[in-house]
Design a binder for this molecule. Sequence first.
Ligand code: HEM
Length: 367
Amino acid sequence: MSQKSFCTFIAKTTRDKIENALLPFLSQTVEHDQVIDLQDIFSRLSFDMSCILSFGTDPGSLSMDLPVVPFARAVDDTSAALFSRLSSPAALWKLLKLLGIGQEKNLAKARVVGDRFIIEAIEKRKQEMNEGKHICPDMLSSYLSDEDVPNSNEFLRDNLDSFLTAGRDTTSSGLCWFFWALSQNKQTEEKILSELRSARHTITPKGLITFDPEELDNLVYFKAAFMESLRLFPPIPHNWKAVLKHDLLPCGFRVTPEMNIIVSIYAMGTMQKIWGEDCLEYKPERWISEKGTLRHEPSYKFMAFNTGPRTCLGKNMALTQMKMIAATMVYNFCFEVVEGHVVEPALSITLKMKNGLRVRIRKRTSI
Ligand code: HEM
């Protein structure tokens, strides 16, 4: 994932989606003075981007008419069923599975839809490679060109599925809470705008402004604003681990097989002991050192991307995508959360908003 060709592909995919799907959709929304749910828009955008990066197929879920895409629905149903398995006694979901009812019924159906979609993409790609056609440098191509990677459809399907699941809801959650934080902290938005004004940009044929990753790399305050929203609203709020064998934790607690350990990344992000008295405030400045550079916080303190051997492999990819999307949106448009809209977390594996994020958009005129 850190190969140069893949990083270039990430930037190109994100730029294409911003220019050809996100900007036209937002411009249309402004024209019709519509209220939209930003959470839904980000979820569609990151789903399309994840599918292109995984196996080169764009399901087009972020189109003008916001279509229902069965594969996207299947991914949502799977996530809801897995959360329900995690949060109820094992005997209950096993019984539901046996009877083929409830969330387990949805899960079984979702699996058929999801497997079919991914397997079709794998078979198409294998055929294209056999025919010597030009192929895009996505995850699937990189697996198929590596002789050490098994190339059975099942192995590839499971890997691509985890790649897709790991990247989709996390990136969209990160973006959604970032925009919520900005809506509550207008000075931060102003400071980001002033930094963006100093960055080189590209003008699209429709006269809108976009940014490439290299142009955003030097913007310290912008990155600090993202880290701060990831601290307060980590897209994966809880990290679950199952105990394999008897052990003694450093704190003196004995764990036994079949116990679960849940680390609340969400709670850690707002602990006074860890972040100080102003731990509940959204304050990008805490990430900026006296020299004006981005302050490094150890991963066992800032755990949004996990720590240790299972650290997130997509951290750089996610930050690249989120910054490109947010910079373009903030520079070209103003967002206002609809009055009376209640923002609260939903019960799910990723930190979603229960009621979405309903906003009204205007074109930004004073830049
Ligand atoms: C804001 C966005 C993201 C956040 C906050 C995030 C966070 C995390 C966290 C907390 C874990 C540890 C999960 C666990 O062990 O239980 C993880 C693992 C992982 N993430 Fe991310 N992630 C993000 C985006 C992505 C993206 C875009 C990708 C790439 C498609 C990705 C790929 C992975 C993979 C492959 C793992 C498993 C690593 C392993 O177990 O060895 N993530 N991520």
